[in-house]
Design a protein around this ligand. Structure first.
Ligand code: DHK
Length: 138
C-alpha cells in the first residue's frame, strides 16, 4: 500500500527502522520452501490490478493496504471478487491510533487481521497459510 516504500525512513517510532526489502529477504531465507512474491504501490488502481492478476493462482495473499485500508471501496471489492484468500496486516496497532484508522473497510472480506506487532505480522500471516496448507494435506 501507499507510503510503505518508505519503511525504515518514515515515522520510525511507529513503523520501525527496517526496510521491507531487508525484512522480506530474511523471511525468504527463513522459509526457503515457500515461493513468495511481493509488490508495493502507492496507487490504488495498481493494487486493484495486482489483486486481479494474482487472485486466482496463488495460495494466499498478505495485504497491507496502508491508508487505503480505511478508504478504499475499490480494494474491498477486489478482495471480494478474487478466489485467493487475503490476510490483512498492519505494522502498527490501528486501534491505538487516530480515530480515522480504527475502521478497516477491508476486514470483512479478509480471512484474518494482524495489527500492532510490527513487521512480524507478515510472518504470522504467512504461518497461517502454512498451517492451512498442512491441514489440507492431511
Ligand atoms: C500503514 C499505513 O500507512 C497507515 O495509513 C495505516 C498501516 C496503518 C500500518 O500500520 O501498517 O493506517
Amino acid at each position: 500500500g501507499p507510503n510503505l516504500n518508505l519503511l525504515g525512513v518514515r515515522e520510525k517510532s511507529i513503523y520501525g527502522t527496517n526496510t521491507f526489502e531487508d525484512y522480506y529477504e530474511t523471511l525468504c531465507t527463513e522459509f526457503p520452501d515457500i515461493t513468495m512474491d511481493y509488490f508495493q504501490s502507492n496507487i490504488e488502481g495498481e493494487i486493484v490490478d495486482k489483486l486481479h492478476e494474482i487472485g486466482f493462482n496463488y495460495d494466499g495473499i498478505i495485504l497491507n493496504a496502508g491508508a487505503y485500508t480505511h478508504t478504499s471501496v475499490a480494494i474491498t471489492d477486489a478482495i471480494a471478487g478474487i478466489k485467493t484468500p487475503v490476510f490483512e496486516v498492519h505494522i502498527s496497532n490501528i486501534y491505538c491510533r487516530e480515530d480515522f484508522r480504527h475502521k478497516s473497510l477491508l476486514s470483512r472480506n479478509c480471512v484474518g487481521i494482524i495489527s500492532g506487532v510490527g513487521l512480524e505480522g507478515y510472518k504470522l500471516a504467512l504461518l497461517h497459510y502454512i498451517f492451512e496448507s498442512k491441514k489440507k494435506k492431511k
